[in-house]
Design a protein around this ligand. Structure first.
Ligand SMILES: *Cc1c(COP(=O)(O)O)cnc(C)c1O
Length: 399
């Protein structure tokens, strides 16, 4: 990097997103870094290979392409190092494997992304790790759940689908007092709207599949660690042999360049739609952290710089689960612009019914079916008309 850190310190976020990572002058001035495909890297002579004395040694350990993305992410996160893994779920599982062993105990937020729970209940328990779920609104009260063998506190804020905001600084303070590592799945906010390491988190996790990639065409995960925990994280990545493909890595760096402007648009549109839906006929509740009615809103206001494009609504219910199911299906099937499908963070709007049967503590709203909306980059007027079509169809389902 030829530019000095001091030059960059005062830059705004979009300036940094535009210029972080690679230095064009490392490659003849081409604006973007090369997509380096590599297993073997050649050494100039026997002595260099014996001493392992060059920057790149083998494809799995990193290339100029992976370094460009990892450096850009370190600048956004304020982290000591970042590993790039093939999916967002792997960005969760690799640090858990790195910091836990048989006989340890982990505390996991009950509103966690469902595949994270599946990994904890399956693989982690199989490896002899004890798992306890806690209330997303527990805050400093997590002290009562800490055990002598609690090694990791896993957080995700807002919670998946039910959007509860956690008091991360309070939880981190308690966890550190007991010697536990604090991990956070920060996919919703991205480091633009919440910087976990500034709030006491040790390991920040992102499904780069979502906003960093931004176009529903890439799967990738990012894990960033503070100085104290970087070595152990990097060692786990090396031991497991995890590495991401060069094209996907390149596409995520490409996505970062426009992430600031995309997020600003997602934020504005999602807020407009959420506000419009709150109190609307056919909607019993809107779960969006920037609305005062959403659980943990005061903490969102205190800690977050913005909100992204994903939130949930509860439709007016019916007397039975079956009526609720029919209403949800009528709503979804009437949509013409929103696609029905998983994942989010791309340019297009999506809707899906979510179920909370896995929850043990944060059971969420039961008044009606829960629908998760990802607000894309379309015009809000068209999206609101589409939602209106869905609400009309749900209303016609007899209770
Ligand atoms: C999507 C998602 C993941 C997993 O990302 P994939 O790339 O789909 O594996 C992890 N955490 C959260 C919060 C997510 O939304």
């Amino acid at each position: 990097m030829t530019r000095k850190k001091s030059d960059r310190a005062g830059w705004g976020i979009n300036t940094r997103l535009t210029h972080s990572g690679n230095d064009p002058h490392d490659y003849y001035g081409f604006v973007n870094p090369p997509v380096v495909r590599a297993s073997t890297v050649l050494f100039p002579d026997a002595e260099t290979i014996e001493n392992n004395n060059q920057k790149y040694r083998y494809g799995t350990h990193g290339t100029p392409t992976t370094d460009a993305l990892a450096d850009a992410v370190d600048e956004l996160e304020g982290s000591a190092g970042t590993i790039i893994v093939p999916s967002g779920l792997m960005a969760v599982t690799v640090p858990l494997l790195a910091f836990l062993e048989a006989g340890d105990h982990i505390l996991v937020v009950d509103s966690v992304y469902f595949p994270t729970r599946r990994f904890c209940d399956g693989m982690l328990r199989k490896l002899g790790v004890e798992v306890t779920y806690y209330d997303p609104l527990i805050g400093a009260g997590i002290d009562a759940l800490m055990k002598p063998n609690t090694k990791v506190v896993f957080t995700e804020s807002p919670g998946s689908n039910t959007m509860e905001i956690q008091d991360i600084p309070a939880i981190a303070e308690v966890a550190h007092r007991h010697g536990a590592v604090v991990m956070m799945d920060n996919t919703w906010a991205t480091p633009l709207y919440f910087k976990p390491l500034d709030f006491g988190v040790d390991i920040s996790i992102h499904a780069a599949t979502k906003y960093p990639a931004g176009h529903a065409d890439v799967l990738l995960g990012l894990v960033s660690a503070n100085d104290k925990h970087w070595k152990k994280l990097e060692d786990a990545k090396t031991n497991l042999g995890v590495c991401a493909g060069p094209d996907d890595t390149y596409l995520v760096l490409r996505g970062l360049r426009s992430m600031g402007v995309r997020l600003a648009h997602h934020e504005k549109s999602a807020l407009e739609i959420a506000r419009q839906l709150e109190g609307s006929e056919g909607v019993s509740q809107v779960l969006h952290p920037a609305l005062p009615s959403s659980p943990g809103h005061a903490i969102w206001k205190r800690d977050f710089k913005g909100s992204s494009g994903l939130f949930s609504i509860v439709l007016d219910g019916g007397p039975s689960g079956e009526v609720q199911r029919k209403k949800a299906h009528a709503f979804l099937d009437a949509l013409q612009i929103f696609g029905l499908g998983y994942s989010w963070g791309g340019y297009e709007s999506l809707a899906v019914q979510v179920r909370l049967e896995d929850r043990t503590i944060a059971k969420g709203p039961t008044a009606g079916p829960l629908i998760r909306l990802q607000i894309g980059l379309e015009d809000t007027r068209d999206l609101l008309a589409d939602i209106e079509r869905g609400l009309e169809a749900a209303k016609r389902v007899a209770g």
